[in-house]
Write a protein that binds this ligand. Sequence first.
Ligand code: IZC
Ligand code: ZN
Length: 413
Amino acid sequence: MKIDTLIKGGTIVTSTGSVPRNGKEMNDVRIIEKGYIAIDDGVIVEVAEGDPSRIEAKTTINAEGKVVTPGLVDPHTHLIHVGSRENEMALKLKGVSYLDILKSGGGILNTVRSTRSASDGAIISQILKSLRRMVKYGTTTAEVKSGYGLNTEQELRLLRLMHNLDSLQPIDIVPTFMGAHAVPEEYKNDKDAYVHLVVEDMLPKVAEEGLARYCDVFCEEGVFDIDDSRYILTKARELGLGLKIHADEINPMGGAELAAELRAVSADHLLASTDEGLMKMKEAGVIAVLLPITSFNLEEKFARARDMIEMGLAVALATDYNPGSSPTESMQFVMNMAAVKLKMTPEEIITAATLNAACAIGMGELIGTIEEGKAGDVVVFDAPNLNYIPYHLGVNLSNTVVKRGSIVYKAQE
Ligand code: IZC
Ligand code: ZN
């Protein structure tokens, strides 16, 4: 057999299938010691144990002594913006809360100002810098939300710019419209008029141009309430978009219940969700996307991952990359925190960062596992076994990152 790329000799660790793994099933990963993966034309054509000597490959990657996983999937990021917010760190360290910073015109609104006034080129160069970091750390697919434009022209601009990124870097981007990220300064005394603008002007244009696969809302005290969120998401659903929701991050808003009611693909954060809300999510098949770096960085509590897994929910993990509450591109850091703070097992973590994350952005058929027919997206970790990945903290363990069969990152050894 002649193929493009062969990865051989490593310990392959992968979930299986195209649908989310729920609860305890998240532990059922397939482990192939001394396995090989054959990739041709960007697609996995064979995965097996043993000697691949009959296979002739243009590129061979020796993964002996290393762990091979599916490419990591980051299903929740706010990557597209200009600027950073290290100037708010001092306030934060003095104890000023995330929502108080936002209320006083900082936070998201700070980033909206720098993004609106930036050129397209400046936006593209900042996001490319982040995407390149993500590739090095093993991410091969990412969701990206708009939400730093907050008017029709600027929101559409951010979504259109996302569509240019495919030709500039290897990560596949799944675009989400998040006009309901904050109420912009011009509408600060008339939130309802802004919600109306999102529903009547932005959403139809986003849908008509096919600019986004999902619509997301920041459902939080002082931002958008449950009724606003229901109104916006219902309209988005009518227009054919999938639904996501920033749910119960800081205050118990009933976001988990709303996600279940509207059959959102995911509800994200969930720090303050009730058991009832979580049970409803489980019954409706809503994926729980957990963002432990945000908890760590805001010194909030952590989501109840163990309870969720006990209840039978499908849990996914994401960076929540954004310039305020989670300035990191590293899914490996997320995986560390998922072990230490969410008490997830290494098997659950791998499932949450690959298959379940892929399902949280509607990509479970194409990516998220190492199986025949899936895209050839793979990370070779400089780790002797799976447990080592969430155990070894704060450095980059990726040795080789492969996107659709091509090497897109190789560490210096
Ligand atoms: O820029 O603060 N939580 N939205 C909701 C964010 C964080 C992004 C930001
Ligand atoms: Zn977020």
